[in-house]
Design a protein around this ligand. Sequence first.
Ligand SMILES: [Mg+2]
Length: 461
Amino acid sequence: MFLGKTLTKDSDLGPVAKANGIEFFLVSFVDIFGVLRSKMVPAAAISTIQKDGAGFAPFASWLDYGPDAADMIAKPDPTTCMQVPFRPDLAFVIGDCYIEDKKVEDSPRWVLKDQVEKAAKLGYEFKTGVEAEFFLLSKAPNSSLAISDPADTQEKPCYDAQAMMRRMDILQEIVKTLNACDFGVYQTDHEDANGQFEINWHYRSCLHTGDQHVFFKWVVKTLAEKHGYRATFMPRPFQNLTGNGCHCHCSLWSGGKNVFVGDGADKLSGAKPEMTSLGLSSLGWNFLGGVLAKAESFVAITNPTVNSYKRLNGLITSSGATWAPNRISFSGNNRTHMVRVPEGDRFELRLADGAANPYLLQAVILACGLQGMAQKIDPSAYFFKPTVNMYIIPQGDASISHIKTLPGNLLDAMRLFEKDPEMRTMLGNKFVDAYIKLKGAEWKDFMGHVSMWELNNTIDC
Ligand SMILES: [Mg+2]
């Protein structure tokens, strides 16, 4: 049950626990790498924890602090409180991070809240829906990854009814859990890779979507373990199969109205004749322009791991398509572009993957979109043929030479992120410095490891 919908940030969770039979709270926050960190708090202590916060050593998570740093506390936000339907003695609540009474500016929920506040000051609310794909694996160690269903072997398994039937028990439990928590799930399917699924729920205000995205991943992983599987959102766990995307549908609202919906101004600045049918308003057009103009700078956020770049620009899959973009482009209802505009009321950013931080994903799109509106950025330069298959680079097609390719690895992406000073003005120096430092260390660690590919291809040099 989504108890938070009737609560405010100042509500006392003690009486809420009593009224609903809750014995424990899982007080959680998400670190910069997207890892969910929690403390289990008995209901008798929750009112005190609301005042004092649950204490964490920040160095012990992926935040930029040393082991000597003062305690970081997570103060539960009651508006996020979910009573867990499959475990009603437990409630899940997300906290905001503070050190010595100051907000931890580089903690992802604050990074998003700062952007939400900027938008609110301009009179806007950013609404989003995410499509967080995942695999159900057998419960085996990392070294022997295998999908959980040995009968799921089709080359094109997308929407396969029988493969979904064989996982109906867990899928229904996930959907019933989410819907008991007001997610508004409207469809579930087997996705393009063997063992891969997707669950779609209703779009919301972006902070709410971020909180739901965190809860969704926790529910999927927890119920997978309950059913004897292991769930992963890893961008590309299998070399021959489609990876886990996290497509994000975006719209901007003001006064209860979606301001992306076309205002009849078809003669947009710089628009080409074939674009006028996309139906976005001039505000939507400029918001999209901001996102496209900054895509190469923020791909390190939406695609944050070494493994992310094996989904982008990845090897062809057994289904015949990676379903992941390789260039910074958009058109209408064409899934092979980085941005799809399926209807004139929203656009779908198809760049992000399952490792994207639920808060930073929303924050960076909103920040760039607002800048696009402020600077009236025209996305025309990123428009490319509506009918082309972007997964197959058109040979000898000079018209594509102006469409940039996405970075080939995390290091290139981080260099693009670091060299764009506007990332600092948008996301804050503290966050950008922390991100560069932590991701730089991750890349160095990766480069220190010798892979089987290197051995196979270099041993006889
Ligand atoms: Mg999908």
